[in-house]
Design a protein around this ligand. Structure first.
Ligand code: UDP
Length: 331
């Protein structure tokens, strides 16, 4: 340990948790972020280098100033609906950004990269749980940009000195157990923060998208992985690459699925409040069930989830949001 890691997009939700975990074990996270959606207050464990990966001068300066040993890349457009409306922006940032980053890594002679991919690269899977060899037929612009980067990394690693891990996240959720950092997207589209907001009485009635799926209660099944478990997996992925192992691709999920209604029940249980909600039609692009086969992560990373149960995920998220929303102020 004692390594320097350039965390691109380290001011964002998942990136900031990885920075915290890196620092906790004695590594130095250097955050590179344009703060287009990340938050400066989430950069607490090392320097912030403001810049855009698509700008060669910005990213070269970060490598020159900080001389990192490796890169973890989070910076991407993630809002699935926005991608359908603005595909050029998504391809430019999500794919163009990685091309620019890889060119800068080559110039700086840094050859280790952990990349945030997604289970959205699988589209509507035929076999469950999903193994990494499931065909990848993404149904969104977002998913296609992430798959394109996986292809790019595979091609480059065959010809150049690059070793990479592509980590396909399932539903990242929760907040740091000490309540310090959590999910602060704007706009927020994710189920758990939206349900907490409705339970807190801050947003009116929430929308439940789709009640006619072929699942046990008609709502979508998802695999929720606690962001602090994700952080542990990133450290293990980084260590695996830095100790000379080959590039790899791996799912990161809990291996257990919960329906939207089951999550809403857990939100009611944890908060003690009802979640006012209305049933709406399906949201375009939602697969009925997404569930990870976790055996590759177990085998390659020794990975086991610790906090990825609905009650722990929602309990940590609730504590964080109560603080951010000022709900604890008068108690
Ligand atoms: N969902 C919902 N209402 C919301 C947000 C999400 O019913 O306000 C549903 C969504 O349709 C999906 C599940 O909750 O079935 C998880 O959605 P989320 O956006 O959190 O993650 P995704 O699986 O799309 O990455």
């Amino acid at each position: 340990n004692g390594r320097k890691v350039l965390v691109v997009g380290g001011a964002g939700y998942i990136g900031s948790h990885i920075c915290k975990a890196l620092a906790a074990r004695g590594d130095t996270p250097i955050v590179f972020d344009n703060l287009s959606s990340g938050h400066e207050h989430a950069v607490q464990w090392g320097p912030l280098h403001r810049g855009d990966i698509r700008n060669a001068a910005d990213i070269d300066a970060a490598f020159a100033n900080h001389k990192p040993d490796a890169v973890i890349h989070f910076a991407a457009c993630i809002e699935v609906g926005e991608g359908e409306i603005e595909p050029l922006r998504f391809w430019d940032n999500n794919v163009g950004g990685v091309i620019s980053l890889l060119q800068a890594m080559k110039r700086a002679n840094v050859n280790t990269l952990v990349f945030s991919s997604t289970c959205a690269t699988y589209g509507e899977p035929e076999t469950l749980p999903l193994t990494e060899s499931e065909p990848q037929t993404p149904v969104s612009v977002y998913g296609r940009t992430k798959l394109a980067v996986e292809t790019l990394l595979s091609d480059v690693s065959k010809a150049e000195d690059l070793s990479y891990a592509a980590l396909r996240y399932f539903n990242a959720s929760g907040a740091s157990p000490d309540g310090e950092i959590g999910e602060e997207h704007d706009p927020e589209s994710h189920l758990i923060p939206n349900a907490l907001k409705a339970a807190a009485g801050l947003s009116g009635r929430m929308k439940l998208f789709g009640t006619d799926y072929p699942t046990r209660d008609g709502t979508c099944v998802r695999d929720y992985i606690h962001v602090s478990d994700l952080a542990v997996a990133h450290l293990a992925a980084l260590d695996r690459l830095l100790s000379g192992n080959d590039s790899f691709v791996c799912n990161l999920g809990s291996g257990t699925g919960f329906t939207v209604r089951e999550i809403l029940d857990a939100v009611e249980r944890v908060t003690g409040n009802p979640v006012p909600c209305d049933e709406h039609p399906r949201r375009p692009g939602d697969a009925p069930t997404l569930l990870a086969d976790t055996s590759t992560a177990e085998r390659l990373l020794g990975f086991k989830t610790v906090r990825s149960t609905p009650d722990l995920v929602i309990g940590d998220a609730w504590a964080f949001h109560r603080r951010v929303w000022g709900l604890d102020d008068n108690t």
